[in-house]
Design a protein. Structure first.
Length: 554
């Protein structure tokens, strides 16, 4: 009779010992169309990335830094794929899940490996991050389909931050007029932004006055040093609750294929709209990007803090979740297993047949990973351009209750009054895809954590999937509770991003350990790949250390 496997065995720890025939071994496809039919894990990961990393964090970084951090965003998308593929290589070679593999990395142990404990801390912030994501879905739905109308009424007015920005630059402009200078107290790069942003806000204020909204009263209160506190609203919470319930039911009942299909459709539609919007911005007078501006954004330089905002801090947090974030790096091998890459390869053997199968499925996996990299890199750059042109030049910074309404402003120059509906539909799609896929991935990782930590006896695939089903209900509910507590959705996303930045070099170290100490020799890559893998680790190490220093020194 077969026995439950241990962490050190070379197959899926959630599955008992099986023969090659039991695992339905398949030869890998060799033709292009055959390979395309086997893609999927990367698309699932890409859909989890676009909602939080691209739509929220990347756009906010662009809104704060302009084009000056374009190089960091581009670098953040490209650098992680080599570590991603190395983790997938180890799973195909050894059949282990990500957490089981990380649990074997050398270092201190307190029942489980030190990296697993860091992962545990990161995942706690990830649940808060998903609270911000479901909050974004609730905000968008509350504007598109109001129930009581309370949320839509509150966000009509500009935030205290926007009014304070307006008053600060207004005072500086008055001083400039008196001294016959041009915004003398601002760095040159922000002078044009201040002029354009003032015009935008004054036009918006006039529109509110025409509607009878007491905007002048709000301006006077902020000018007098009063803190504006937004009232509690119900529409965004009610919609977030409905989305949470629907997601819990969908994840409990569904499996891989449905998740892959839903995620792909939701993300592709909105990303194509965003790319089209960015291209169209080049035809506008104020939002087009010149060649010199583009080259300046690709230069390795950092923007200076201004107005109490440090764009670099936001960018480091963004780096952790754009492209393949730390959470997605660990989740990717789980989806590779469910797709069947490791199962089709079969348990490791000394035969040439096994080696050839493994190399063939590794080729499919690499194609899958690089294909998803192209998708999320294009999407990330598009969202960054939106923030760095439209939002930055208007002095807008998505935050708090007005996160969704501020982000929608990036679509107005091209789509006009239709932007609101176009963006809201797209935002619901892309944010929900992240909420759906991230909870599905987290349910699998948490279930594996419970097994590794010995909290539950999970020694068969049936028990593993039962635990996944339970966590698929519990995790969305926890995320909703975070949002219902009125945590700032942008803040929760950025905190989680900072934790992922800190986690990234540890995952990079683990990938190097697997490559040089654990991987089957027949599957080891060549020198060129090793160089890129080492450079990837060094990039993650520098950025992660940078993020840790930022956290400890503030």
């Amino acid at each position: 009779m077969s026995q439950p496997p241990s962490d050190e065995q070379t197959h899926n720890p959630a599955t008992p010992e099986n023969t090659v025939e039991d695992l339905h071994v398949q030869d890998p496809p060799t033709r292009f169309l055959g390979i395309v039919k086997q893609l999927g894990p990367g698309l699932i990961i890409a859909s989890a990335i676009v909602g939080s990393g691209e739509l929220i964090a990347t756009t906010k970084t662009g809104a704060q830094a302009g084009l000056s951090l374009l190089w960091l965003i581009f670098f953040g998308c490209l650098i992680k794929v080599f570590v991603q593929i190395e983790l997938g290589r180890f799973t195909i070679s050894e059949g282990q899940t990500s957490l089981a593999a990380l649990n074997s990395v050398p270092g201190p142990r307190l029942k489980i490996n030190w990296i697993i404990w860091v992962w545990f801390a990161m995942m706690l912030t990830s649940m808060a991050q998903l609270g911000g994501i479901v909050g974004g879905v609730g905000q968008a739905a509350a504007i598109a389909l109001p129930i009581t109308g309370d949320y839509a009424e509150v966000v009509r007015a500009p935030s205290e931050k926007q009014i304070d920005w307006y008053l600060t630059y207004k005072a500086d402009r008055e001083l400039a007029d008196q001294t016959q200078s041009n915004f003398s107290q601002l760095p040159p790069v922000h002078q044009e932004r201040a002029e354009f942003g003032m015009q935008y806000l004054e036009t918006r204020f006039e529109s509110l006055r025409a509607e009878g909204y007491p905007i002048d009263e709000l301006i006077s209160r902020v000018d007098g040093g009063e803190t504006l506190i937004d009232p509690n609203t119900w529409d965004d919470r009610l919609w977030a609750l409905l989305v949470t319930i629907f997601t819990a039911i969908l994840l409990y009942l569904s499996r891989y294929n449905l998740i892959q299909t839903v995620a792909m459709v939701l993300v592709v539609s909105f990303t194509l709209i965003t790319i089209g919007n960015v291209i169209s911005l080049q035809a506008t007078e104020y939002f087009s990007v010149t060649f010199n501006e583009l080259m300046s954004g690709l230069a390795f330089k950092l923007p200076e803090p201004i107005g109490g905002i440090d764009p670099v801090k936001t960018a480091i947090a963004t780096f952790g979740i754009i492209g393949v974030g730390a959470s997605e790096l660990i989740a990717y091998p789980y989806w590779c297993q469910e797709k069947g890459y490791a199962k089709f390869t079969g348990p490791r053997q000394n035969s040439d047949a096994w080696s050839n199968r493994a190399k063939g499925w590794l080729r499919v996996m690499r194609f899958d990973a690089f294909n998803s990299m192209i998708i999320y890199t294009i999407a990330t750059m598009a969202f960054y351009f939106m923030g760095a042109t439209v939002l930055f030049r208007q002095g807008l910074d998505p935050d708090g209750m007005r996160m969704v309404t501020t982000l929608s402003s990036a679509y107005v120059p091209i789509f006009g009054n239709y932007a609101r509906w176009l963006f809201l539909i797209g935002a619901i799609a892309v944010l929900y895809s992240t909420f759906l896929v991230a909870n599905a991935s987290n349910a699998r990782m948490w279930s594996d954590f419970f097994r590794i930590a010995g909290l539950f006896k999970i020694n068969t695939e049936e028990k593993f999937m039962k635990c996944v089903g339970i966590m698929s209900v519990v995790l969305p509910c926890i995320s909703f509770c975070v949002f219902a507590s009125r945590a700032n959705p942008v803040t929760t996303v950025l905190i989680a991003g900072m934790m992922q930045s800190i986690m990234l070099p540890m995952i990079g170290f683990a990938a190097l350990y697997f490559r040089y100490k654990r991987i089957d020799r027949r599957l080891r890559p060549g020198l060129v790949w090793d160089i890129f893998l080492i450079l990837s680790f060094l990039g993650l190490l520098v950025t992660g250390s940078w993020g840790l220093i930022k956290v400890l020194t503030e």
